[in-house]
Design a protein around this ligand. Sequence first.
Ligand SMILES: *Cc1c(COP(=O)(O)O)cnc(C)c1O
Length: 428
Amino acid sequence: MARTYGFDTLQIHAGARPDPATGARQTPIYQTTAYVFRDADHAAALFNLQEVGYIYSRLTNPTVAALAERIATLEGGQGAVCCSSGHAAQIMALFPLMGPGCNIVVSTRLYGGTVTQFSQSIKRFGWSAKFVDTDDLAAMETAVDDNTRAIFCESIANPGGYVTDIPALAKLADKVGVPLIVDNTSATPWLCRPIEMGATLVVHSTTKYLTGNGTVTGGAIVDSGKFDWSASGKFPSLSEPEPAYHGLKFHETFGPLAYTFHSIAVGLRDLGMTMNPQGAHYTLLGIETLSLRMERHVANAKKVAEWLEKDPRVDHVTYAGLPSSPYYDRAQKLYPKGAGALFTFAVKGGYDACVKLVDSLELFSHVANLGDTRSLIIHSASTTHRQLTAEQQEAAGAAPNVVRLSIGIEDSDDIIADLDQALSKATA
Ligand SMILES: *Cc1c(COP(=O)(O)O)cnc(C)c1O
């Protein structure tokens, strides 16, 4: 019987094998747009989806395919599709499910860019989102109507130190017959595996921890392969004949791979939000050390959060890894390896002190990114969450006196010393 490898092994080996042409051990960057067909019949079979193979790199590419298989394996899914960014992955994730007039029920606690994407831009497609507090399961259920096609949340929500009760949401999604989509960017599959908790789909911004060092933008969608797309008639793109493929029915033809095949054959074909092979290469390299980095990220974050919480210049710290957090017990239960490495804290002195703090830090970089080896800071209210209303900022955990940290893997003493000197200047 084949051995089932552990996470540390899979993050290096899943999806990759020595290159059949050269024996190259590291996955080559297949820097090619197109692939030569064996003959005319081969080409026809590929275009009819009767045979799986490479046609054109907007659809599939061997380097990108290795990454998709690796991410699917680490998340425990059946298949995955890589995209050009995390935001592309979110549109791609919704595309097979939605049509004009359809809606999604989503958490109020989301990445700022996602709030904007869901509250503004998706309306152009005739889609809409209803924002609900995911801890209020009755309100969530009330929000679901006949046109709801998915429930969407983040595992550990950025930036508010909020931990989502994924098993409870998965149960609700099951009851109302729609897929649960979990953005697992800030937890990564090392801390949280949403599919094991009942999620149907997982989306990632691979820009963050999966790549891990701030080099490329990318995204991914993982399908559990477990949802019955034909049960309700709500998902005709997957259950009904597809005119562009001679009436092929994706669910009937591809079973648990229906969603993945649709995302490639229709989603990438027509939306073109494709990951490039060079980008996939960087992310493949990053993922090889995911568990090692996450372990250090989490250990450092815990030390820094504990130090900040005791500091008189700090009003409060929201980190689910601290016993003072209302989400501490939930985090211990659902994320026993740790509550991630992103958290916020409120500075005494409000908006002005936050701006001064950000400008006084030397080791920390002031950037709109997270999940880097480097420690990063951002004042959300004046940057990433600037487009939101005051109520939306508050709901997202981005009030004017709050800064968000993404703790890196440097020496924790150096991280703390930098915060110490900057807090002195900010609150002088
Ligand atoms: C960054 C981020 C996104 C968007 O990803 P991009 O790669 O920047 O498009 C979505 N969700 C979360 C939680 C993120 O951190």
